[in-house]
Design a binder for this molecule. Structure first.
Ligand code: ADP
Ligand code: MG
Length: 709
């Protein structure tokens, strides 16, 4: 087994240029070892790191606002003379100071104050204060304002730019951060911070230069419109977000190029196995399945590894496509590994593959947790020996210690959003043999909009199965308050009476396994009580996998008519006779997840329904989300709306955590930039390749996220 060559060098080399923004913070005046250490804990090591620590909000201290024009909720600087100061006892001891500036008056209220403070705030003293005006008992008031005496010489001076407020930085005061950013900005003004985006590109985009953007976001001029700044929509912020998105895009592309540079076995069989397989199927492939299969075959025929993501709505028939890809490798005499996210799904895939491949004389191995002792060892030996085991199915345990393949040419990963870039990189190493790395085919049932896919999956080629097999009746989705549970139970009795089966999914209780389990038990008991004539099973995370599988198998066989479950049944489970899905507390689940759950029904010919139960009252947002579920069955549309309503976090799951931890960019807010980011990436690759490494160093390299590759 030979590991692919490491390529961390590329990012590291970028650090070589000695631009002043890469100098350590200690080169700034007044930054000693102690402060440098504190900053280091916050991940701030270079002058550049300071520049890219961006304000989370701004305060306008550039002008003194007449008290008479203040409204509740305004944050402002005011100046006035103390008219009255008294210590009052209203529930708590407090210092009340009445301040007037001729245009009006307001009250300063202090709950914590020293004797010296109380003595200082005497009638006639002139004060400058900053704080948020609120409606008080008599007119406006500010609780615990920042204040200082304003009778001195520089009484008239105000700030000459908006005051940045930086995100919470343990142990480093705001005032200190303002000084540090001022010093770093001086470097920018000496034009010693390189703009890696070429001017022509910026002009096309209508975005400011890096220097202009940095200066603006750190020190917005007086009169700057705070509204777009607060929303992150100011051109200066957009410029930085753009650059960050571009850096991520380029880093993923680099990752992809690196993998592409590895060697893989070209798989280009005559196709006899596929023909026999297709002849045995009770259906013909849809056009979409055929198209995607064509794309996969073209990839497999190449001597560099395929990296293809197949997106397809639930029930679009991804498994058959995966099987055909597997057959291409097998026909060429290689091994295939199929990795599923759970034991349950691994088992289900194994059953399908057995059913499909047995008749072709091809055994399929299942490497499950259940398989132990001698049996496990003999399976492992067979896998290592090679051709006797052309296809192996399992969970991520497939790539753990002790599992060796003789000639692995293709890895298929189902329900990809649970596997991250890191896992795929590990796989590349584990799976490689004789200097070749396996092709990778990744399947996901969480379709995401194209521009987001091109960003999140820039390291992959994407195929879409955008057509469902014919003959499916659309699922009818109904939204019902929980108070009408009786009707729901009656619907279950009806469906089961007609020979169908039903799922009842219990609420997801993130905080507590125990509560989740109790809820499922309670629902199960209630249903058993209400429907004594039906056999009702239950699955939850507490069951051993053997027990879980036994229950699932009983439901699949039809021995159980109703299956009460926690959200463990979310992905992939295929029971065509089930036609009713009840989901409790639907208002708390993500749309993508609801869509997945709903996809468990509507797999047969019978008309299927999905009943979404909610607990009243619904928030406007929750109402809107349930309305999306009610009105569309299209997974792409659901995910588009989910993205709009909740942002990309839920949609992408944990896979792309890197993308979600961006400093400036926000994938939902800045989604409109994405097509231009794609284009800019092309321009950079074609015409400014030397700018790429330093750009990655700026945005990605410091955290070495992809550098470890
Ligand atoms: P998913 O894309 O959600 O993984 P599956 O691969 O589990 O979907 O397929 C769902 C069901 O549709 C399976 O029972 C499968 O056998 C069936 N199926 C797949 N392709 C077709 C097709 N072209 N025509 C009819 N049924 C199909
Ligand atoms: Mg599937």
């Amino acid at each position: 087994m030979s590991a692919p060559r490491p390529r961390a060098d590329r990012v590291a080399a970028a650090g070589g240029e000695a631009a002043s923004e890469l100098k350590p913070v200690t080169t700034l005046k007044g930054v000693g070892e102690a402060l440098a250490q504190k900053l280091g804990k916050l991940g701030i090591e270079t002058v550049q790191d300071i520049l890219f620590l961006l304000p989370s909000r701004y305060e306008d201290r550039t002008q003194i606002v007449p008290i008479g024009t203040l409204r509740a909720g305004d944050r402002a600087v005011i100046e006035g003379v103390v008219e009255l100061a008294e210590i009052a006892f209203r529930r708590r001891r407090q210092l009340l100071v009445r301040l007037s500036d001729g245009s009006g008056f307001l009250t300063l209220r202090f709950f914590y104050f020293s004797a010296a403070q109380a003595a200082q705030l005497q009638r006639g003293v002139r004060l400058r204060c900053y704080g948020e005006a609120r409606r008080g008992t008599i007119g406006l008031e500010i609780v615990h304002p920042e204040y200082r005496r304003a009778d001195g010489e520089d009484a008239q001076r105000t700030e000459d730019s908006l005051t940045p407020v930086y995100p919470a930085t343990e142990g480093v005061q705001q005032g200190r951060l303002r000084i540090l950013t001022a010093l770093a900005l001086a470097e920018v003004e000496r034009s010693s911070v390189r703009d890696w985006l070429p001017p022509a590109l910026l002009e096309d985009l209508g975005l400011p230069t890096l220097a202009a953007a940095l200066i603006y976001v750190h020190r917005p001029p007086p009169g700057a419109d705070l509204a777009p700044l607060a929303l992150g929509r100011h051109p200066a912020q957009r410029r930085l977000a753009f650059e960050e998105l571009l850096a991520h895009q380029l880093s993923l592309r680099q990752l992809r190029e690196d993998i592409r540079a590895d060697a893989a076995w070209p798989l280009n069989p005559p196709g006899a196995l596929a023909e026999r397989f297709l002849a045995g199927l009770p259906f013909a492939l849809t056009n979409a399945q055929q198209r995607v299969l064509g794309e996969i075959r073209a990839d497999l025929a190449a001597p560099s590894p395929m990296l293809r993501l197949v997106q397809g709505d639930v029930g679009s028939g991804k498994t058959v496509v995966a099987a055909l890809a597997a057959l291409a490798a097998v026909e060429c005499g290689f091994q295939v590994a199929l990795m599923a996210p759970t034991e349950l799904l691994a088992e289900q895939h194994w059953q399908n593959f057995e059913k499909w491949l047995r008749p072709l004389g091809l055994p399929v191995a299942l490497l499950s947790g259940k398989l132990t002792g001698r049996a496990r060892q003999s399976t492992l030996n067979a896998i290592r020996a090679g051709a006797d085991v052309p296809v192996t199915i399992g969970t991520h345990a497939l790539f753990q210690e002790g599992v060796r393949f003789k000639r692995l040419a293709l890895v298929i990963i189902d329900e990809q959003h649970r596997f991250g870039v890191d896992q795929r990189m590990a796989l590349r190493e584990k799976g490689s043999s004789e200097g070749r790395v396996p092709h990778q085919l990744i399947m996901t049932a969480t379709p995401i909009p194209r521009t987001l896919a091109m960003t999140a999956y820039a390291d992959l080629d994407v195929s879409v199965i955008d057509e469902l097999p014919p003959g499916r009746t659309p699922i009818k989705t109904v939204v019902i308050p929980e108070s009408r549970r009786d009707e729901v139970v009656a619907r279950i009795a009806g469906a089961c009476g007609a020979g169908r089966q039903a799922y009842w999914v219990c609420p997801l209780i993130e905080e507590s396994d125990e509560l989740e389990y109790q809820a499922a038990e309670a629902t199960h008991a209630a249903l058993v009580g209400a429907l004594p004539e039906l056999k009702i099973g239950i699955v939850h995370g507490r069951l051993t996998s053997a027990k879980k599988e036994a229950v699932m198998a009983a439901f699949k066989r039809g021995d159980l008519k109703v299956l009460v479950a926690t959200t463990v049944i979310e992905v992939g489970v295929d029971v065509p006779n089930a036609s009713l899905m009840v989901i409790e507390n639907a208002e708390r689940m993500g749309l993508a997840q609801l869509h997945q759950l709903r996809g468990r029904v509507g797999r047969g010919v019978a008309e299927s329904s999905c009943l979404l139960l909610y607990r009243a009252p619904l928030s406007p947002l929750a109402r809107e989300r349930l309305e999306v579920m009610r009105t569309t069955n299209d997974g792409f549309e659901v995910s588009r709306r989910d993205l709009q309503l909740r942002g990309p976090g839920e949609l992408l799951g944990t896979r792309q955590t890197g993308l979600l931890q961006m400093k400036v960019a926000d994938l939902s807010r800045d989604a409109d930039l994405l097509p231009r980011v794609q284009h800019a990436a092309e321009v950079m690759l074609a015409r400014h390749p030397d700018n790429i490494a330093p750009l990655l160093r700026r945005w990605v390299g410091a955290r070495e996220r992809y550098g470890k590759v």
